[in-house]
Design a binder for this molecule. Structure first.
Ligand SMILES: NC(=O)c1ccc[n+]([C@@H]2O[C@H](COP(=O)([O-])OP(=O)(O)OC[C@H]3O[C@@H](n4cnc5c(N)ncnc54)[C@H](O)[C@@H]3O)[C@@H](O)[C@H]2O)c1
Length: 264
């Protein structure tokens, strides 16, 4: 018996990276999954690879009409919806002084308004299913500040705030809402901002100073870690969890290690 046996799920941004990983884990655990993205070819390829339990739909998370189509398709093809994973997002790495209003608003539109529209569009279907789970993929950048991330950090802090509001409003319908805050993600998202030839595996490994070297994870393993956490939050195993953040960052935001001081 899979941990998501019989569950009907929609995963946004499923054409690659974290979303692809989540969709794959969900199917492996017995769910049927509607993969949605604006990247049609890779999105369709992911669904084909996953087989009969998965299908693909072009859905832009900033479009109310697309959301309605997506929820309608879940009802028609899957018979309803039990789980929504709001994973789609875009990154902008630019200093605050150089960030235009249009750039700022574009990030907020996808990362923040997209999550709001998704949660709102899915509510009725999740209610009809007798309850369900919404998993919002935020980021550690929604828990702290970082240079060059004025728009992205704003949108990810907002996702954590909206997660709490939605959890409080939807709890009475048996709908749980949680946020996942990863440190790592798909290299595709960050690559445009790195110099050519940078070894992403080394960058990722360097992000894990708290854990001993033998515990270092590859990119694929770290994406799968996020997928496994999402399985937990989508499943009935997490029935008591709602309105919470689940940080998945190998201890990076836990605090400071003080070198040269006893107790290390
Ligand atoms: N990459 C990282 O280092 C990192 C770190 C922490 C958190 N995250 C978060 O993880 C999640 C997944 O990102 P990823 O790392 O897999 O990056 P990614 O760029 O590989 O994947 C994002 C996906 O979202 C899709 N998308 C973008 N705009 C969309 C829209 N308007 N409508 C529908 N789909 C859209 C993209 O086409 C892409 O397939 C995001 O929420 C991201 O913010 C990423």
């Amino acid at each position: 018996m899979g941990r998501l046996e019989g569950k009907r799920a929609m995963v946004t941004g499923a054409a690659r990276g974290t979303g692809e990983s989540i969709a794959g884990r969900f199917v492996a655990e017995g769910a049927r999954v509607l993969c949605v993205d604006v990247l049609d070819e890779p999105g369709q390829a992911v669904a084909n690879e996953l087989g009969a339990a998965a299908s693909f739909l072009h859905l832009d998370v900033t479009s109310e009409a697309d959301w309605q189509r997506g929820i309608d398709l879940c009802t028609e093809e899957l018979g309803g919806l039990d789980v929504l994973v709001n994973n789609a997002a875009i990154l902008l790495m630019k200093g605050m002084a150089d960030t235009s209003v249009a750039e700022f608003e574009r990030v907020v539109s996808v990362n923040q308004t997209g999550v709001f529209l998704g949660m709102r569009a899915a509510t009725e279907a999740l209610r009809e299913a007798g309850g369900g789970s919404i998993v919002n993929i935020a980021s550690v950048d929604g828990t702290r500040g970082a240079t060059s991330l004025i728009a992205y950090a704003a949108s990810k802090w907002a996702v954590r705030g909206m997660t709490r509001v939605a959890a409080l409003e939807l709890g009475r319908h048996g709908i749980r809402v949680n946020a996942v805050c990863p440190e790592a993600g798909s290299p595709h998202m960050v690559a445009p901002y790195l110099s050519e030839g940078v070894d992403m595996e080394r960058v990722m490994a360097a992000q894990m100073p708290v854990l001993p070297p033998q515990k270092k994870r590859t990119i694929a393993e770290r994406l799968d870690d996020i997928a496994q956490l999402s399985v937990f939050l989508a499943s009935d195993e997490s029935s008591s969890c709602t309105g919470a953040d689940f940080v998945i960052d190998a201890g990076n935001t836990a605090g400071r290690i003080l070198p040269e001081i006893p107790g290390r």
